[in-house]
Design a protein around this ligand. Structure first.
Ligand SMILES: [Cu+2]
Length: 282
């Protein structure tokens, strides 16, 4: 009798312990993901129909861990961020494991929300996608706080590019609709990168000097890529849209008069938690 009561208690305890163990897992299920490789993926394109990587689409939190595991016992493979057009790969640089032998693994910790396609550089029919999402832990935090604490904010970022010929070079003026934009400016001419700089705009304007002049035959193409809005070094709290927000082409049609060609706005929805609300506006 005593033994039976004790064992019942253990069963109850096991159920309770199981529930406790499952609860945090429900919130943290994307903190780590393992991507394997289907057997014999390198031998031919048979794996393509059902996916050569497994899962074909993997989801992970920002700051989480992706484990690339070569579970194919028959060959070596890579996990290389980028896309393949026919047999021509275009690596994008987020990660490249180079060769991973059978039974070996590599890791990647994503720091930006978005979708990252990847492929095997040895067998270009092998492709997959990693979806990097906002950390689940943050969502759990926000949910635990009062509903009013979670503010959905639309941040629109507009960048205007103007240029003028100064001292044999080109002066590029940027005007941002927001302050504290972290961005990269890249200038290309004749297919070559002639200027690139990563910068933080304290104010609504910024100036860059490029040692080249655009012409009809050799225009200068300028791209502005936003990394987010916020204090440098505090990237976890950055808001706003990321990606290309403005492009411009410098040609001397209007002489030295500044010219705006194109400005594109991207709207993104950013969840601002209570923590970032009490931070004063920079
Ligand atoms: Cu491969």
């Amino acid at each position: 009798m005593k033994t039976k009561a004790l064992s019942s208690f253990f069963v109850l305890f096991a159920i309770a312990a199981g529930m406790v163990a499952m609860t945090p897992a429900a919130f943290a299920d994307h903190a780590e993901v393992t991507i394997g490789i289907v057997e014999k993926s390198g031998f031919g394109q048979d794996c393509v129909a059902d996916g050569c990587y497994t899962p074909t689409t993997a989801t992970v939190d920002v700051g989480g861990k992706v484990i690339f595991s070569n579970t194919d016992t028959t060959g070596i493979h890579t996990f290389t961020a980028g896309t393949v057009d026919g047999f021509t790969p275009s690596p994008t640089g987020e990660f490249d494991t180079s060769i991973v032998k059978s039974g070996e693994t590599a890791e990647w910790v994503p720091d930006t929300v978005g979708e990252v396609p990847y492929y095997c550089s040895l067998h270009t029919w092998m492709i997959g996608t990693i979806v990097v999402q906002e950390a689940e832990a943050e969502e759990a935090n926000a949910a635990a706080q009062a509903e009013a604490d979670a503010v959905i904010d639309d941040v629109e970022l507009m960048v205007t590019i103007t240029d003028s010929e100064v001292l044999g070079g080109t002066q590029v003026e940027l005007e941002f609709s927001e302050i504290h934009v972290n961005y990269e400016i890249t200038a290309m001419q004749n297919g070559e990168t002639i200027y690139t700089e990563t910068a933080h705009a304290m104010e609504n304007t910024a100036t860059h000097q490029i040692d080249a002049v655009g012409s009809d035959e050799s225009p200068i193409d300028i791209d502005i890529v936003s990394f987010g809005i916020g204090v440098p070094g505090n990237e976890a709290d950055w808001t706003g849209p990321t990606g290309i927000v403005a492009t411009s082409q410098v040609v001397p049609e209007f002489g030295t008069i500044a010219m705006m060609i194109l400005a594109v706005a991207i709207i993104s929805i950013v969840a601002v938690t209570a923590k970032s609300r009490v931070v004063p506006r920079f």
